[in-house]
Design a binder for this molecule. Sequence first.
Ligand SMILES: [Zn+2]
Length: 180
Amino acid sequence: MQDDEQTAVKAVDGFWRRHFAQQFGQPYRSPRVAGAYTGTDGPSCGGEPSVPFNAFYCRPGDFLAWDEDLMAAGYSQIGDAWVYLIIAHEWGHAIQARLDNDLVSVAAELQADCLAGAALQGAADEGVIAIEPGDGEELAKTLAAVADDYPWTKESDHGSAEERTSSFNTGVQGGVSACI
Ligand SMILES: [Zn+2]
């Protein structure tokens, strides 16, 4: 699982490194990856303690972090696609933080799912990672199965499994432009 986390970080960062400037006309800066924590020992963000079983992008600190227990839950129930989705989604929030406000959707969570789809498909198209047919459905099943189980999948904050999958697929099919 940790190998997949590292591969996901490299693939997603690499995608944005290659495409952000061209897409948005400004230089790209990678967010910091604070990486894995367990339970309550995660990094605080803007004075707020990290939440167990969550993954997040911290805007004041410009870093990503995730609870290994959240990763392990999806990894064992569904598979590696879970890890890639979480990291690419949180990276999507880092991208949003770099954009003018008028480019950020009011449905920010769904836009982050779309950016995740665009980055992962882009990395796959460039041969960095492999997306298998059916990964989209796998993710839909995952999100439905764990809906509301974790802060990261709470429907009221993030949208339903169907909405999230649809947004992810919009990015897969249409690329970054389709998310903006
Ligand atoms: Zn989010």
